[in-house]
Design a protein around this ligand. Structure first.
Ligand code: NAD
Length: 475
């Protein structure tokens, strides 16, 4: 089947060494993928599962290379890298392979009696050729999770990893090349110039993860081609601590999730609201937790900031009175874990998504006033609430929209493959992960079958006075 696609097209778009971004012949690549899709090559569920198993095998084989690449790009501690990138991706593939036949099975639905005899069902169909554009902070997971979903749904895929994690991008490209033929899945490597080229092409599904500013460009491009899009964006994820939350456990959970990957996580707690009479205890516990975690061997346990621009941006947000654990090392892009104990809504650190190892703590007196403020903020990806009282938790969850909510912990809701992941409003649109990913990359096709017997309820002219009897029937 593949032989029917001109090989010169593929050779011109896929060379062995990563070419200069604009050297990709994207038109040829897209034509080759579209031809492959039209051949029906990706329709078989068995084929999709086999390809995903092949991807899993490559991931297992290259996991040490991935860990080394993630250490080189982001100084990720090996355990963090393994759990959040390699293990997570393998776990998702296994789940999808196990459940795919069930998800893809057409769902029978009923028929109105006046269509009898008829059979109707909803089928899940692939869109065609999908574009996936990934960010740098979890360069493996955030490339592979949508890719697995797109392949599971039967699409062909063009994946662009982030240029800011170049070592990971290279290994990913090698893994994909070993697991798929390029008519099915291809990686194109490069930065914003390549991104701008991609925006000129027509994809059948667009999937973008990254900043709001660039997300708008992808949104506009998808609209130009009337194509569906998932936008996975960012924002400031708030944490609200109630006066009855147990301080030690609450602090431990906030600190662990905030400083994972040096705070460069889209769903990391961004800032914490703490009742003013518990503020002192909270700050003392947070400082102790940071010291426990990072006072010895900080460089082995905390990731680096991705580049010098981001390093300087985050450092400029840190005021003199901040609590720092350890020393900064700009050469190594190591930023000491930081608490800002008396933050206010007006501080510079509260004016943008931090995306770094800096935690502002805002003492509050009036929870209703804080809820009002939170509800007027751009909707975040995640909302974290700590309390033993369900009425407290549910009242804030109802008042403050967010892509997800986690009660009494952080990030867990987003790493459960049984839950859909995504934002709302400014933090994005669409859902993926596990079944939600399969659904994102496929559309529902309504199918009705009838037989050639006489129609007892045929509506056809001349209508005569049948309206009256029809009305009686519908009463
Ligand atoms: P970014 O927008 O700078 O880059 C993302 C991708 O867009 C990269 O592949 C990049 O090469 C490409 N790109 C950049 N400029 C472009 C242009 N002009 N035209 C076309 N493509 C272009 O984002 P980032 O810095 O990699 O990611 C950080 C942001 O992403 C944060 O706001 C974070 O919260 C958000 N994020 C969201 C999620 C999520 O799942 N919702 C996950 C991770 C990161």
């Amino acid at each position: 089947m593949v032989g029917s696609i001109p090989h010169n097209l593929l050779n011109s778009c896929m060379s062995d060494s990563p070419p200069d971004p604009v050297d990709y012949d994207l038109k040829a690549l897209l034509e080759a993928q579209r031809a492959y899709f039209r051949l029906g090559s990706t329709r078989s569920i068995d084929f999709r599962r086999e390809r995903l198993k092949g991807l899993e095998a490559e991931l297992v084989k290259r996991s040490d290379d991935l860990l080394a690449a993630l250490a080189s790009d982001l100084g990720k501690p090996a355990l963090e890298a393994y759990v959040s990138e390699v293990f997570f991706s393998i776990a998702e593939i296994r789940l999808v392979v196990k459940k795919l036949s069930r998800w893809a099975k057409p769902k029978r639905v009923g028929n109105p009696f006046y269509y009898w005899p008829a059979r109707s069902e909803v089928r899940r169909e692939p869109y065609g050729t999908a574009l996936i554009v990934a960010p740098w902070n979890y360069p493996v997971q955030l490339s592979l999770s949508p890719l697995v979903a797109a392949v599971a749904a039967g699409n062909t895929v063009v994946l662009k990893p982030s240029e800011l994690a170049p070592a990971s991008s290279t290994i990913l490209a090698e893994i994909i090349k070993a697991a798929f033929n390029p008519q099915h899945v291809a990686v194109v490597e490069g930065g914003s110039e390549l991104g701008k080229e991609l925006l000129k092409h027509s994809f059948d599904y667009w999937f973008y993860t990254g900043s709001e500013r660039v997300g708008r460009l992808y949104g506009e491009a998808a609209a130009r081609y009337l194509a569906p899009i998932t936008l996975e964006l960012g924002g400031k994820c708030p944490v609200v601590v109630a006066d009855d939350a147990p301080i030690e456990t609450t602090v431990e959970r906030i600190i662990t999730t905030k400083f994972f990957n040096a705070g460069q996580t889209c769903i990391a707690p961004d800032f914490v609201l703490v009742p003013s009479h518990r503020h002192e205890a909270f700050v003392a516990a947070a400082k102790a937790a940071l010291e426990n975690a990072y006072a010895d061997n900080p460089r082995e346990n905390l990731a680096r900031i991705v580049n010098h621009d981001h390093y300087e941006r985050i450092r400029s947000l840190i005021p003199l009175e901040a609590i720092r654990v350890g020393e900064d090392d700009p050469e190594d892009r190591f930023l000491a874990p930081t608490l800002i104990p008396y933050s206010t809504w007006e501080c510079p650190v509260m004016q943008e998504e931090i995306f770094g190892p800096v935690l502002p703590i805002i003492p509050y007196h009036d929870i209703d006033g804080e809820i009002g403020r939170l509800s007027r903020m751009p909707s975040p990806l995640a909302l974290y609430l700590f309390s033993r009282r369900d009425d407290f938790l549910e009242a804030i969850a109802a008042a403050v929209p967010s892509g997800s909510v986690c009660f009494n912990d952080a990030i867990k809701q987003a790493t459960n493959l049984e839950l859909p992941f995504g934002g709302v409003g400014a933090s994005g649109m669409g859902r993926y992960r596990g079944k939600a990913g399969f659904e994102a990359f496929s559309y529902q096709r309504a199918v009705t079958k009838r037989w050639f017997c006489k129609d007892p309820f045929l509506v056809k002219p001349p209508y005569g006075n049948r309206l009256g009897s029809l009305r009686k029937l519908m009463k």
